[in-house]
Design a protein around this ligand. Sequence first.
Ligand code: SAH
Ligand code: SF4
Length: 368
Amino acid sequence: MGINSHKLSIFTPMENKITNIKKQLKGLTLQELKGYFEEIGEPKYRGEQLFNWMYNHLSFDFSEMQNLSKSIRQKLDENCQIQTLELVTVQDSPSTGTKKYLFNTADDKKIESVIIPEEDRATLCISTQVGCPLDCKFCATGIMGYKRNLSVGEIVDQYLLAAKDYGKDRLTNIVYMGMGEPLLNYKNTLSSLSIFTDELTKGVSRNRITVSTSGIAPKIIELANSDLRIKLAFSLHSCFEDIRNQIMPINKKYSLKENIEALKFFEKKTGKRITFEYTMFKGLNDRPEDIKALSRLCREIPSKLNIIPFNSIAHMNPGGVSATLEPTPIDKLQEFAQRLRDNNITVMVRQTQGGDIAAACGQLAVKY
Ligand code: SAH
Ligand code: SF4
């Protein structure tokens, strides 16, 4: 199905509010905002007020901030800005209710976020990089290559703009599973988490925020040592080093063994179960020995397993290993899941959603 087949509406870009001259306040944490107001000779509590306007009231306009005096609003308007992204299009999938948001950055890069509604929740999937440098063989974002890290403001604005469109109260979960590897943009990812989990932030609870990583072991340790207490998903895909090496080149730098040690540390330190993500490829990771190895690993680490059907990346016309990857047929996938459940492993089979608007896992890739 064509990518534009269900275009819902087109937002004309807002008049250009994003400049390189004005100071960008969107993306500053509470501490940093307080520091900024101190710097300009205003009381620190103004930082708290601005924090509330930007992150709780979804305000993109200083003139709305009625509890700031007119002179401060004017001063802020002259010197600062609080918008990093423009919402370009929203596409929806009538069959599943999935929505895909396309944003434009100030330097004219395109990024995407997706909302996946389920029975009792709606999950926003956000991006942390433009493209991704890690080149996983099954991932459209990897194939598109790497452009740059997103700023804290750009990470947070995906949520704020999507929440404005969709309704903040309806958005219950955030997953860092869009474009890019969050732990390679560690500092900005951490600041965005610190904004989402701040005591002042009324929104998604920290138990409903998940960062997904392909396995940057030293950063998993750092994340465990931060006091953020968010959840971690690990893109496992195989319990065997040689197969991971084939489909995830990053495994040659940080082996599965090293990552497993880091994950054990994360679980012990935070008390939060690890989610293993397991995309299934025919003949590669759907064999009896995979069931055995997965059962062993899931017993070793308090965890649950998410099995993900492989979403086609044929629209990227990939070559090499990528061209050889095929999905495990769905009945075989269900049987695989059942065999694991028989071994007392907690298994979820993720319904693939949004395939018709190329919004499913690993399909995010903006053509340049
Ligand atoms: N870089 C991070 C987060 C973004 S990818 C990571 O790799 O974990 C989010 C999830 O989508 C990962 O589990 C990834 O392995 C999975 N994924 C990527 N391409 C996919 C595809 N074509 N089909 C199904 N899942 C895919
Ligand atoms: Fe990057 Fe994750 Fe895609 Fe791998 S799966 S290329 S780490 S976005």
